[in-house]
Design a protein around this ligand. Structure first.
Ligand SMILES: Cc1ncc(COP(=O)(O)O)c(C=O)c1O
Length: 460
C-alpha cells in the first residue's frame, strides 16, 4: 500500500462521517488494512487491539472464515435479488424466520433496512401508516431521551438528542421531543434507582401533557443502554417502568437495539434482561457483525396486522429500498447468527464479567469519575474533580490526547468529545486481551495526567 498517496487522495476526495472536515484535512486519516480476531493492522503495519469492534459492530471479531465463506457463496450464487414485485430470496427468508422466532414478545415480522439510521427512519414511517390505519392520524408526536442517539437520517437526527447532529440541521422537528436521560451518575434526582425511575415516568407524563395529551403522541423511543450519549446504563427496572407507562398512556414503546442487540450486553437482545416486549425494535451493527451493511425493524403483530388490514386490497404500503433484504447481507447475517448461537454469546458474557471487574479497579484513577458496564459494553467518565463531578475544560483537549496515546499504545477505544471513554470489544475477546486493553487504558490515562495542563487542573 502506498500510504502517503492514499492519505492524500482521502484528504482530497473522501468525506468522512461525523468528522471535522478541517481536522480531517489537517490530520489525514489512519488507513486500516486488515483484521483478525480482535486485532487490526493499519497501512503502516501498526497493530491495534480493537476495543470498540469497529463502531460497536464487529461483535464476532475480524476474519471469521464461516462468515466470509457464506458471503462468498452467496455472491457467486445470487448477488442481488429484489424484494419488490413479489420476489424474495432464501437467505433473507431464513434470517427473518430465525430472528423473529428469537425476538421478544409479539415481534413476529421484520423489515430489513441497510443500517441503523434507515431502520429508525423506517419506524417513523411505519408509525404514520399505523396511526392513519387505526384512524388516529393526529397521534404524530414522538418523544425520545436527551443524550439519545437514533442515527443521522434527516428525521432520525431530530429524534437523536446530541448537539452535533442538530447544529445547522434544522432539527428537532416540531413534533420531536426529549425527556431527561436516566443517567445514574448525573441525574438531578441523585443516584437512587427508584428516584430516577419515578422521575423518568413523571417526565414522560409531563411531556405528553405539554404536547396536549396522549391523543397527540404516537411513541416513546429509547435505547436500553444509551450508547453514543456516553454508554449510560439506566437503573434496573427503568425499561419495564417506561414500558408500563407507555402502555398506560396508550403510546407505542419503541426500543432501539442497534448497539445493544446481538450479544453486546450479554443475551441476544438487551430486552431479555427485563422481559421487555416493545411494539417495534430496531437492530443493525451486530446483525451482520459489520461484514456487510444491514439493519432491521422488528414489528409487532398488532402494528403489522393493522396496516395490512386497513390498506385497501392491491394498494402498496409505499416504503422500500432497492437493497432491503439483500441476499448477501442476509447470508452473512445467518452465518453470524450461527456464531452467536454457537458459543459467542456465552463467551461475551464470561469475558464481560472480567471486564467489569477490571473497570471497577480503574475507578481509583485520579481522572476517573465513574465506570459503568453491562456485558461487553462499557463507559468510563472522566472528571477533573471527583466530588464535584466537574468535567474537564474542553481546552485541555483530553479526548484528542486519549485517541493519540491509545493509538501509540496499540489500543482502540472511543474517546467521546465530552470525555467519556467507550468500550465495546468483540465478543470473541479473551480474558488476556481484556487485560491488555485495561492495562493499556491505565497507561494512557497516566500519560494524560502527566500533561502539565491536566496535572494543574487536577490539583486546582
Ligand atoms: C442506537 C443507535 N441507533 C441508530 C444508529 C444508526 O446506525 P447506522 O450508523 O448504522 O445508521 C446507531 C449508530 O451508532 C445507534 O447507536
Amino acid at each position: 500500500m502506498d500510504t502517503p498517496r492514499l492519505v492524500s487522495l482521502d484528504r482530497e476526495h473522501l468525506i468522512h462521517p461525523v468528522s471535522s472536515w478541517q481536522g480531517h484535512e489537517t490530520n489525514g486519516a489512519t488507513i486500516l488494512e486488515s483484521g483478525k480476531g480482535v486485532w487490526l493492522t493499519d497501512s503502516n503495519g501498526h497493530r491495534l487491539l480493537d476495543g470498540f469492534s469497529g463502531l460497536w459492530c464487529v461483535n464476532t471479531g475480524y476474519g471469521c472464515e464461516s462468515v466470509v465463506e457464506a458471503g462468498r457463496r452467496q455472491l457467486e450464487k445470487l448477488p442481488y435479488a429484489t424484494g419488490y414485485f413479489g420476489f424474495s430470496n432464501e437467505p433473507a427468508i431464513e434470517l427473518a424466520a430465525r430472528l423473529t422466532k428469537q425476538a421478544p414478545g409479539h415481534l413476529n415480522h421484520i423489515y430489513f433496512a441497510l443500517g441503523g439510521s434507515d431502520a429508525v427512519d423506517s419506524t417513523l414511517r411505519f408509525i404514520r401508516y399505523y396511526q392513519h390505519a387505526r384512524g388516529t392520524p393526529e397521534k404524530r408526536h414522538v418523544i425520545g431521551l436527551q443524550k439519545g442517539y437514533h442515527g443521522s437520517s434527516f428525521v432520525g437526527a431530530g429524534l437523536t438528542a446530541l448537539p452535533v447532529f442538530h447544529r445547522d440541521a434544522d432539527v428537532p422537528l416540531p413534533w420531536q421531543h426529549h425527556i431527561p436521560s436516566p443517567d445514574p451518575y448525573r441525574h438531578p434526582a441523585g443516584p437512587n434507582a427508584e428516584a430516577i425511575i419515578q422521575a423518568s415516568v413523571r417526565a414522560l407524563h409531563d411531556e405528553i401533557a405539554k404536547i396536549g395529551g396522549p391523543e397527540h403522541v404516537a411513541a416513546f423511543y429509547c435505547e436500553l443502554v444509551q450508547g453514543s450519549g456516553g454508554v449510560i446504563v439506566p437503573p434496573a427496572g427503568w425499561a419495564s417502568a417506561m414500558q408500563a407507562a407507555c402502555r398506560e398512556l396508550n403510546i407505542l414503546f419503541i426500543v432501539d437495539e442497534v448497539i445493544t442487540g446481538f450479544g453486546r450486553t450479554g443475551p441476544l437482545f438487551a430486552c431479555e434482561h427485563e422481559n421487555i416486549e416493545p411494539d417495534m425494535m430496531t437492530v443493525a451493527k451486530g446483525l451482520t457483525a459489520g461484514y456487510a451493511p444491514m439493519g432491521g425493524v422488528f414489528m409487532s403483530n398488532e402494528i403489522y396486522e393493522t396496516i395490512r388490514d386497513k390498506t385497501p386490497a392491491g394498494v402498496a404500503v409505499g416504503h422500500g429500498q432497492t437493497y432491503s433484504a439483500h441476499p448477501v447481507s442476509a447470508a452473512i447475517g445467518l452465518a453470524v447468527l450461527d456464531l452467536y448461537e454457537g458459543g459467542l454469546l456465552e463467551n461475551g458474557t464470561r469475558v464481560g464479567k472480567h471486564l467489569a471487574t477490571r473497570l471497577a479497579g480503574l475507578g481509583n484513577h485520579p481522572l476517573v469519575g465513574t465506570t459503568r458496564s453491562i456485558g461487553m459494553l462499557a463507559g468510563i467518565e472522566l472528571v477533573i474533580d471527583k466530588s464535584a463531578k466537574t468535567k474537564p475544560d474542553p481546552k485541555l483537549g483530553i479526548s484528542g490526547k486519549l485517541s493519540r496515546y491509545g493509538y501509540e499504545h496499540g489500543i482502540l477505544f472511543r474517546a467521546f468529545g465530552d470525555d467519556v471513554i467507550g468500550l465495546a470489544p468483540p465478543l470473541c475477546s479473551t480474558i488476556a486481551e481484556m487485560d491488555q486493553l485495561c492495562d493499556g487504558l491505565v497507561t494512557v490515562l497516566d500519560r494524560v495526567i502527566a500533561d502539565p495542563a491536566v496535572a494543574l487542573a487536577l490539583k486546582a
